[in-house]
Design a binder for this molecule. Sequence first.
Ligand code: AMP
Length: 442
Amino acid sequence: MTFADFKLTKPLFQAIEAMGYTQPTPIQQKAIPLALAGHDVMGIAQTGTGKTAAYLLPLLTKLHYAQPEPPRALILAPTRELAVQIDEAARALAQFTDLRCVVLYGGIGPTPQIEALQAGADLITATPGRLMDLYFEGHLLLKNLKILVLDEADRMMDSGFMPQIRALLEVIPPKRQNLLFSATIPASVLHLSEEFLEYPEVVEISPSATAAETVSQTVYAVPNLKTKVNFLEYLLHDATVFHKVIVFVRTRETANNIYKFLVRKFSEAEVRVIHANKSQSTRLNAMAAFKAGEVRVLVATDVAARGIDVTMVSHVVNFEVPVQYEEYIHRIGRTGRARQSGQAITFITEAEEWHFQKIEALIHSKIPRTMLPPAVEIVETPREEAQAQAREIDRQKQKDNPDFKGAFHEKKKRPAPPKRSPINQNLPGQKSVKVSIWAISR
Ligand code: AMP
């Protein structure tokens, strides 16, 4: 299948050529004809599959050229970063048309956005909060809306945007075309789709297939935090191979600590950090620098990294396993995007093993655990960390088996474990812990 198989407008074919797209991606092959035919569409696809163009191309075809009436299409996104990115993609695809694209998001003063709206807009891309603020203040008319897109609907639900979406649905024309895209379909998104879509056509790109196709995944068994840090430093020393790397962590605190460590070991110019506590402009600047290749390593939390579209990411390093398992798919979707090969490397401690097995079930594939290279210094697990890990493993066992009493508590009555044993995390009371890769000395 080629793009010529779709009934798109000439300026869009020109843009597709200018952007170097030679062949539609699977989600585009499935979604574009349905959306062009006027159906409501529910697309299940992660970032990196080409989903943005899958809805933008039919949408821009329908808008065709600029009209002196209120906006006819609206795309909602859960984060400012994603909204900016969609707007950029829309402008790129609409570059040979006279269509006017305006992006609205919070965190900065509204005046430039209000001015842009006053100048006229055919397509609006917005985060729900800022959109509804501007609407209720009378800066925006939505009575002419013909197409509504909800992108990353799962994240939209996670971020608690349902009230704003409900408010929006009340003020826009009921007769319109709706497109909903989501990487995963939790119950909240199913409810939303029932409220929002009319007889939708569902198109799906299975995450396991996409993840397995272009991203090579490696999992390293790493006993503790300090060893993870050593291993990360070891990997990043090879700047030729690791030339564009996103390091994912779970919390802002870890993000800041890793960032500071990397700045000390490498240089300030090579590393940036993004998390929810950073200002909007800092996050956008960091992303732009990373995108442009000025910065080699981006340390990010899941929340901050939502919707990041950076091409040619060489590696995604999961410094910690996400406890929201779908995040793994989102994370590794940053590499190997749209037909480029990429690598995802995950560090797991024994306490994270249980979570990673859930991820493997989700992606329908088993990834072998790899031993650390001999050059990486393995540090002894500090007592506090070993105890935290043991407690976590107990918690997991109790979840799997409510009768499990908990080896950690049993252990408390026993003498302290011997020092410098790699099996330290498997406290003596934990009889059922199998001798794992962490316990094998090299
Ligand atoms: P998305 O999944 O929408 O975030 O898109 C991921 C990346 O793939 C973006 O950088 C797009 O520019 C790119 N892309 C989208 N469609 C195609 C295509 N048909 N061929 C090559 N690259 C594409």
